[in-house]
Design a protein around this ligand. Structure first.
Ligand code: FDA
Length: 508
């Protein structure tokens, strides 16, 4: 059994953790960061390359014997491995998350979307929208290296036919569309298409990691933080729970091997803890610490205001749209058949129906790169979550439960049906049987949010109520939904919290 004494501990290396690590080290503080997943860059990237969508290897999947993606092929593995994409299965919802140094940034589609101003204000009534728009969103965009697809490239690339068709069909149905910024480098993508560099987005890589092109956190925030030489990252370190001790906290850690077996135990004694294990991870750590660590001073809101950002995965079978288009002669002919056999994995457009009060949603026009024409249009729809769910700890399981019922998601299904019906009426197509069955729909969650919400479980700057020197600066702070893909918002909020914490909490 090992023991370590340190000052500042960051748990988790996703967006919240990366911001905390950079701002702490830049302020001259030594930081230890724990991550339960692999450092994919260590030993010259020994466990890479990452898998593509079509032929997942065991490094695609967190400790299961088969791949778990919502679509695509299911692959079987001989051995469990600490792979990059996790799926946590709860009673009515399956939550996906990235594992490894970089957290969700390793697996996600890179969409860096700023929420609607009015909705941000509705979700965070006590935060200053003006300050976020003037300072924290631009800062997050700069540090994350957000860029936009050039129009000329978008208009002509065969790899974006799916997106052009998606936009054109949405317009046909009377919807508005928007182009969405991303952290995948479009300069790199252009070179991929020109055959000048190894392909990643154009070679069906996403969800199981991108080997090139995506500016994930190990290339941005974490790289900068490591450069200060004040940051130490320990991978395959999974925190079990926290306990209050004299002058700080004891943190109980399991060190695991790449098959997930516990090979050692460690206790880290520290002064300050920055919890950044993601919405599910952070909430679980706090609730587990309440039971196993006897930390009973938390605010009663802990575990509540949880949601899936209103995620619904849906799609349309487009086989009959060709005939419909020819009859209508309404759209450019090259838009008339299917979504293309070659598709970039990086989404760049969406349907913005936020102004429609009855059916407020944002639908990401998603690729389905199967390597052949599958005549299927795929959408990840994002909604409000007017009735949030909640998370509790079950001592018998030594795990959490998510309470997520029909009342929490029925409106998201109604919105999805409304959208698909309108799209099919205008363009032809049928609801995709393939997608509605077999677990597709409102039980999917790419965007877990909440559980330790700002202004409720924490103060207005992520300080956990009831304790000192204990902070949350990740997706757990955001109550249930932000209406668009969330990592830009999570990064901006972490920046805002860390500015205050570094300014005020180190002087004592
Ligand atoms: P995040 O989950 O990123 O990081 C938490 C880290 O803590 C993880 O690395 C985890 O392994 C670690 N951890 C957890 N428990 C621990 C423990 N007990 N001990 C040690 N370490 C622990 N968003 C978006 O804006 N645009 C997009 O295009 C997409 N696309 C997308 C695709 C897919 C497939 C997924 C799964 C998700 C997305 N997202 C997205 C969502 C986005 O990735 C997500 O919102 C953020 O990564 C959340 O950031 P956090 O910092 O909150 O946690």
């Amino acid at each position: 059994h090992m023991e370590e004494n340190i000052e500042n501990l960051v748990i988790g290396s996703g967006y919240g953790g990366a911001v905390a690590a950079l701002r702490l080290t830049q302020a001259g503080k030594k930081v230890v960061m724990l991550e339960m997943g692999l450092d994919w860059e260590k030993e010259d990237g020994k466990y890479k390359p990452f898998s593509n969508l079509i032929t997942p290897k065991n490094n695609s999947t967190w400790l299961k014997k088969s791949s778990q993606a919502p679509m695509m092929n299911i692959a079987m593995f001989n051995k469990k491995f600490t792979g990059v994409l996790d799926r946590m299965d709860f009673e009515n919802i399956k939550v996906y998350a990235g594992r490894g140094v970089g957290g969700g940034s390793l697996v996600n589609g890179g969409m860096a979307v700023q929420p609607k101003k009015a909705y941000f204000q509705e979700i965070f009534p006590e935060l200053s929208v003006e300050k976020f728009w003037a300072t924290y969103f631009p800062l997050a965009q700069k540090e994350l290296e957000v860029n936009e697809i050039p129009d000329a490239y978008y208009e002509k690339s065969a790899y974006y036919k799916f997106a052009r068709v998606g936009e054109s069909e949405a317009h046909e149905a009377g919807f508005e569309t928007v182009r969405v910024p991303n952290v995948y480098s479009f300069e790199y993508m252009k070179k991929e298409e020109a055959g000048e560099v190894p392909k990643s987005a154009l070679a069906k890589e996403v969800i199981y990691g991108n080997n090139h092109g995506k500016q994930s956190l190990e290339k941005t925030y974490l790289k900068k933080a490591l450069k200060t030489e004040l940051l130490t990252i320990q991978d395959l370190h999974r925190v079990d729970y926290i306990q209050q001790i004299k002058n700080g906290y004891a943190v109980y850690v399991d060190i695991i091997d790449t098959e997930g077996l516990v090979i050692a135990k460690k206790t880290i004694n520290c002064k300050k803890i920055f919890l950044n294990a993601g919405s599910i991870g952070t909430t679980k750590l706090l609730l587990t610490s309440m039971h196993k660590g006897k930390m009973t001073n938390f605010d009663s809101s802990l575990g509540s205001h949880w949601g899936n950002n209103g995620n619904v995965m849906t799609g349309r079978n487009m086989v009959n749209t060709l005939f419909n288009r020819v009859e209508n002669e309404s759209t450019e002919s090259n838009y008339s058949t299917g979504t293309g056999s070659e598709q970039s994995t990086i989404p760049v457009s969406g349907v913005d129906n936020w102004e429609d009060k009855k059916h407020a949603f944002f639908a990401e026009i998603s690729p389905l790169p199967m390597g052949m024409e599958v005549y299927t249009a795929l959408y990840l729809i994002i909604n409000k979550v007017p009735i949030p769910g909640h998370i509790s700890y079950d001592p018998a399981l030594d795990d959490i439960r998510i309470h997520w019922e029909k009342k929490n998601y029925q409106h998201t299904v109604d919105n999805a049906k409304y959208f698909i019906k309108k799209m099919n009426k205008a363009n032809g197509g049928t609801p995709s049987g393939l997608l509605w069955k077999g677990g597709y729909g409102p039980d999917i969650c790419y965007h877990p949010l909440g559980g330790a919400v700002i202004g409720k479980t924490t103060d207005l700057f992520g300080r956990v109520k009831g304790y000192e020197n204990l902070y949350v600066t990740d997706g757990a702070l955001v109550p249930a939904s932000i209406g668009v893909n969330p990592f830009l918002t999570i990064t901006a909020i972490a920046e805002y919290c860390m500015e205050e914490i570094i300014g005020k909490d180190f002087k004592k």
